[in-house]
Design a binder for this molecule. Structure first.
Ligand code: HEM
Length: 402
């Protein structure tokens, strides 16, 4: 996932995506690239871009050729991981067999069956947030629902005491912060902010991990604390990766869902059950994928759709482009809420397939169902939409409700 291991991403945004509109609608650019240059070397960024479903799927599946560990890539020849999350070894930036050691202990907890018992609590959390919104009549869906909901869920699953949750949110924001502009000062400022958050969080998690070694409690920090196969740094990395990987992505899924439903005029039909909302959520994941790109590094020279990629080169796979590939999806530019089959790659593929996919689906399922049925009507203001700098989502989505 780009955010976790790329400090220089502001410099890396390809030219077509730099403008605000293009960042919200990169889809024409994807179409052109899929057709004209499906595997393309970007001279400025010195990375490969991959656009077609078949190629994206292959890169993500073939972890032996395309590594998730970018610490020694051509883009990062010194292996300097000191300034970013790669300094913490986590499942997201390691390859098998190490990857299995770092993920294996927690896999079970994120299976749909294991999450089932958490359903009522997700309903309660939704109700609690919605309670405050009903009276106001208008609210910002992003700020007042889509951001706090997943942060609270992850904080609860980890077992973070309620009084630390605000600080927790600040830390997770700092970890995914991007520089305000591409100047050296802005990049340094962002790095310092990130390093401070990382340090503070590291110390905080180390303390909790230490306190929970006895293994009482069924929260995820206790699970990590008692995982003998992990050292302390790896346990801390596990806690942090959940924050990094699970918050903004779920915020974007919830936001993009309301955005799509309102744009298509189907909010009521989803609320009433006339449209199957589980399928509609899958279509949101395909049509407005919260993560549009994922990175790998080639570990050996390899040919991909006629292009020669050299060992050490970074390969940027455009999941968002693959999800609109007409070779795989019928009418890919149309939002079809009950599309079947819908084998999108929004959660990745292969060994790094999103650990939290069942949780994200459950959160969206419960939150959207509860939220939409609580209001007689919901109207989102879709004028002047502004993209977030990280991943694919909106800064705000003003809504009027009655
Ligand atoms: C991995 C997407 C929610 C935890 C990934 C990957 C994608 C992704 C594309 C693969 C990255 C790669 O191959 O490099 C999403 C989306 C989400 C979401 C779109 C919401 C809609 C969550 C949640 C959590 C989570 C809620 C946890 C609470 C993870 C972790 C990994 C991961 C730990 C790394 C897995 C590994 O490397 O084995 N996610 N994610 N994600 N995700 Fe998610």
């Amino acid at each position: 996932m780009q955010s976790t291991d790329s400090i220089d991403s502001a410099r890396q945004i390809p030219a077509p995506l730099r403008s605000r509109d293009a960042k919200l609608a990169p889809f024409d650019w994807y179409t052109e690239m899929r057709r004209e240059a499906p595997v393309h070397y970007d001279e400025e960024r010195k990375t490969w871009d991959v656009f077609r479903y078949e190629d994206v799927d292959r890169v993500l599946r073939d972890h032996e050729t395309f590594s998730a560990d970018r610490s020694g890539s051509a883009e990062n020849p010194s292996g300097d991981a000191g300034s970013d999350m790669a300094v913490l070894k986590t499942m997201i930036s390691t390859d098998p067999p190490e990857h299995e050691r770092l993920r294996g202990f927690v896999n079970e907890r994120f299976q749909p069956g294991a999450l089932r018992e958490y359903r009522p609590r997700l309903g309660e959390l939704t109700d609690k947030l919605v309670d405050g919104l009903e009276d106001a009549g208008r609210f910002d869906f992003v700020e007042e629902f889509a951001i706090p909901f997943p942060v609270t869920v992850i904080a609860e699953l980890l077992g973070i005491p309620a009084e630390r949750r605000d600080r927790f949110k600040e830390w997770s924001d700092a970890l995914i912060a991007r520089p305000e502009d591409s100047s050296e000062e802005a990049i340094q400022r962002m790095k310092r902010r990130r390093e401070t958050a990382q340090k503070e969080m590291g110390q905080y998690f180390a303390k909790l991990l230490n306190e929970r070694q006895a293994g009482e409690g069924d929260d995820l920090i206790t699970l990590a604390a008692t995982a003998d196969e992990l050292n302390l740094q790896e346990k801390i990395g596990f806690c942090m990766i959940l924050l990094l990987a699970g918050n903004i992505t779920t915020t974007n899924l919830l936001t993009n869902a309301i955005w799509c439903f309102e744009e298509q005029g189907i909010t009521e039909a989803v609320a009433s059950g006339e449209i199957d909302h589980k399928k509609a959520i899958e279509e949101v994941l395909r049509y407005r994928s919260p993560i549009q790109e994922v990175q790998r590094v080639a570990v050996e020279d390899v040919e991909l759709s006629g292009q020669q990629i050299e060992a050490g080169e970074v390969v940027n796979v455009w999941v968002g482009a693959a999800n609109r590939d007409p070779e795989v999806f019928d009418g890919p530019e149309a939002f079809r809420p009950e599309r079947r089959p819908n084998q999108h790659l929004a959660f990745g593929k292969g060994v790094h397939y999103c650990l939290g996919a069942p949780l994200a689906r459950l959160e969206a399922d419960i939150a959207l169902d509860r939220l939409l049925t609580r209001f007689d009507s919901l109207d989102a203001d879709l004028s002047g939409l502004r993209p977030i700098s990280e991943h694919y989502g909106l800064r705000s989505l003003p809504c009027r409700v009655s």
